[in-house]
Design a protein around this ligand. Structure first.
Ligand code: GLN
Length: 483
């Protein structure tokens, strides 16, 4: 039962092969049995899940239908869930029970999805390995000595290990696509503004975007359908109609123009990954796509620009965690300054403290122009590169990551080494573009992802290309041994 995709579950539930309650119980038991190896969940919501599953079964019995009605999912633990711990992977919010549901959570619940729990993540979504979580590192089900990627590592490990079919995640600089690549999943970061950020604890507000992590493009289409849409509570939400993503999955790739940036194949890319990307290009050519070399000349400046902008926004967003308004409060403070200092010093981990310091520095008087303003100018150049490229091609293709998942602890002493691994993903966030990662093969038994980028609001195009690819390849069907 646990091997089913969301699409298969929807068919099974519609055909009354099993109930949502039965399926939910099977998956909860599986999580209890297997998750101790992975640490992919921070909280399990068993009672809520059974209650939601029963309600979904009752709605079906009353004649309602829907691809998400009775479908078991989990939420990355930065989506606020009313009355349920929403920790953001931090000690700071270890005892925080959200007073309301995030829009994404409310929408999916209304569609009948069943919440099995809250998944582990890097503290405040800062990281690429899921090692900065206060609840401990998450292990990659493909090799328990390796990281699952981050920051949505819990969602990725859980779905990859078949503990559940799909989960929500967020992507500020790659946190949906990179863990998807590291665990053999399909993950989609939507266009900025497509999915509401209301109730999604902010890391870098101009970059953060929620999206689906699942095994197939078909399942990402189903989950995205339930997440996307205008939300008056989010001032950056965009009032554009949401297309039927599943309906866009049948289009031929004949004549599709795929741009391959020459800058992607530089010295930093593992040659074995480069070869797998070439194979995926050939596969898409067989399906009728036309390949064109393009250039993204400002890509080399994207990492430094991102690692100024994201920490700058984080330093501002995280100021609310002061032990008074939100978050951990230290014992017996001597005065207000002592309260702030010790609450924040105790409540935040090393990586989060580093980002707050870098961000506050970049925003300080005298340095603002040199760092923050400069980074914003680079951001515009990165966007312009994409706009020029999309005049010539329909999608852009390349590797999701320069290397496969590294060993636990391998980059802990060198944060910049981890930052460099984000080279292919962060440009889409800087430009606000949609991006998808899908399975493209293995290196040393570890999964490799291929990334597709599209113009604004062309999520349907990305999902269709990935779906056509998945109809003709079987990488996405591989299951990690032991799961
Ligand atoms: N690795 C990037 C960072 O640490 C991206 C994280 C994310 O997308 N949330 O900022």
């Amino acid at each position: 039962m646990h091997q089913m995709t969301l699409a298969e579950i929807a068919r099974g539930l519609a055909d009354k092969k099993f109930s949502s309650e039965e399926l939910t119980k099977v998956l909860l038991a599986r999580i209890t049995q297997l998750d101790p190896q992975l640490n992919s969940f921070i909280s399990l919501t068993e009672d809520l899940a059974i209650e939601q599953a029963k309600a979904a079964d009752a709605r079906r019995a009353n004649g309602e239908s829907g691809a998400l009605l009775g479908a078991p999912i989990a939420h990355k633990d930065l989506f606020c869930t009313q009355g349920i711990r929403t920790s953001c992977g931090s000690k700071m919010l270890d005892n925080f029970k959200a007073p309301y549901d995030a829009t994404v959570v409310a929408k999916l619940a209304a569609a009948g999805a069943v919440t099995l729990g809250k998944t582990n993540m890097d503290e405040f979504a800062m990281g690429s390995a899921n090692e900065s979580s206060w609840y401990g590192a998450v292990k990659n089900p493909w090799n328990l000595e390796h990281v699952p990627g981050g920051s949505s590592g819990g969602s990725a490990a859980a779905v990859a290990a078949r503990l559940l079919p799909a989960a929500t995640a967020t992507d500020t600089g790659g946190s949906i696509r990179q863990p998807a690549a590291f665990t053999n999943l399909t993950g989609l970061k939507p266009t900025y503004g497509r999915v509401s950020r209301w109730g999604m604890i902010a890391y870098a507000s101009s970059l953060d975007q929620g999206g689906p992590l699942a095994r197939t493009a078909e399942d990402c289409a189903i989950l995205l359908q339930g997440m996307a849409g205008f939300d008056p509570n989010d001032s950056t939400s965009i009032d554009e109609p949401v297309p039927d993503y599943s309906a866009s999955l049948g289009e031929s790739l004949q004549g599709l123009r795929i741009g391959v940036p020459k800058e992607y194949f530089s010295a930093g890319l593992d040659p074995r990954i480069a070869e797998l990307i070439q194979n995926s290009i050939q596969q898409l050519q067989k399906l009728g796509a036309v390949i064109k070399e393009i250039s993204l000349p400002n890509m080399q400046y994207a990492i430094p620009a991102y690692y100024v902008i994201a920490p700058a926004e984080a330093s501002s967003n995280l100021s609310r965690f002061d032990g008074v308004r939100f978050g951990h409060r230290c014992e017996n403070p001597e005065n207000l300054i002592d309260l702030y200092k010790r609450s924040r010093g105790e409540g935040f981990g090393a990586e989060v403290q580093r980002r707050i310091m870098v961000g506050a520095y970049a925003l300080s008087a005298g340095y603002y122009d040199a760092y923050y303003l400069k980074a914003q100018k680079i951001r515009r150049l990165v966007k312009n590169d994409f706009m020029a490229a999309f005049n010539e091609v329909d999608i852009i293709l390349g590797p999701t990551t320069p290397n496969p998942a590294w060993k636990l602890g391998a980059k802990n002493s060198d944060p910049v080494a981890a930052y460099l691994e984000d080279v292919y993903t962060i440009t889409a966030n800087l430009a606000g573009l949609p991006g998808l990662s899908m399975p493209a093969g293995f290196v040393d038994g570890l999964p490799v992802g291929v990334q597709l980028l599209a113009p604004y609001f062309q999520e349907g195009r990305l999902l269709n290309v990935a779906h056509q690819y998945q109809l003709n390849t079987d990488w996405h069907t591989r299951t990690p041994t032991g799961f």
